[in-house]
Design a protein around this ligand. Structure first.
Ligand code: GDP
Length: 299
């Protein structure tokens, strides 16, 4: 919790300082609400969510004298209420042998790192995990996944640069099944500048793994870099159309003033947020906890 709080300090300091400026002790009137709404919008909560939060606040406190601590507490409650329904832990069904998790997102979002962190988490629980280096376009991505494989003692299925990602995913699933592994993570390319190609590639991966297990993939995780702020919305929309996202992971919440975007995403898409990234190390992945996040964000 304290790591999360310090990680989110950039997001929260903006909100906190702003609230402090607005409400030393002040009547919660239309003008105050409007200023608060603006502050929430500039803190990346987005127009619709900011309006919703302010409205809820007005319902209970309109016309009353409030100070910044009261505003923060109520705000944290309202934000927590928006986040609670999406705070859903990842729950692999290990009896599937393997439970297949396809990981998608734009280049640099943190897919490979998140896979490494999750592999570490499940290995520590004694689970067997296979990693598939499906971002066959970038040699560096393959190398990076191999490093995580060594670190976590997981087999990595990889091919030469430019190889067919779907074929690789098919083989990786066959390997994992043969071994009776608990989990298979499939890394993918994130070349959004070539949307049609990427979509075809992701569709093909899904199609071929279904030949072995028609229920797979069991999760499609979209990894989003929180520092892109409002751009995250269009990434959710694009990847949802391409491949049917089942849950989100938000990364880089340690280095950004834009943690508020998570609230806006939760409000708009209601997709489960399974975990958040707060650093580059294996241990820097946290289950997403609504209240702790809301309190850290508000400061
Ligand atoms: P990919 O292209 O989506 O696979 O992204 P990578 O996993 O290669 O990550 C891109 C960069 O972001 C790397 O330098 C990672 O170390 C870094 N990164 C990933 N997650 C986090 C995070 O939660 N916090 C920070 N600070 N850096 C991260």
């Amino acid at each position: 919790f304290s790591r999360l709080r310090s990680g989110l300090s950039k997001s929260s300091s903006k909100l906190t300082l702003g609230i402090g400026d607005l409400f030393t002790k002040r009547k919660l009137d239309d003008e105050a609400l409007e200023e608060l709404e603006e502050l929430l919008i500039t803190s990346d909560l987005g127009v619709a969510t900011a309006a919703r939060v302010t409205k809820r606040l007005a319902k209970t406190r309109f016309g009353q004298d409030v100070d910044s601590d009261e505003i923060k507490a109520t705000l944290a409650e309202e934000i927590g209420a928006i986040l609670a329904p999406v705070a859903v832990p990842l729950a692999p069904d290990f009896d599937r042998k393997p439970h297949v998790i396809l990981v998608v997102g734009v280049n640099g979002a943190g897919k490979t790192t998140t896979i490494g962190k999750m592999a570490k988490f499940y290995r520590d629980q004694g689970r067997s995990v296979t990693l598939a280096a499906g971002d066959t376009f970038r040699a560096a991505a393959v190398e990076q996944l191999k490093v995580w494989g060594e670190r976590t003692n997981c087999p990595v299925v990889a091919r030469e640069t430019g190889a067919d990602a779907a074929g690789l995913a098919f083989d990786a699933l066959a390997d994992a099944r043969k071994r009776g592994d608990d989990l298979l993570f499939i890394d993918t390319a994130g070349r959004l500048q070539n949307k049609a190609d990427l979509m075809a590639e992701l569709e093909k991966i899904v199609r071929v793994i279904k030949k072995q297990d028609e229920t797979a993939p069991h999760d499609v995780l979209l990894v989003l870099d929180a520092t892109v702020g409002q751009n995250a919305h269009s990434q959710v929309e694009i990847f949802r159309q391409m491949v049917g996202v089942t849950g989100l992971v938000l990364t880089k919440l340690d280095g950004t003033a834009r943690g508020g975007v998570l609230v806006a995403l939760a409000d708009k898409f209601q997709l489960p947020v399974h975990a958040i990234g707060i650093g580059e190390k294996a241990s820097d992945l946290r289950p997403f906890a609504a209240d702790a996040f809301a309190r850290s964000l508000v400061g």
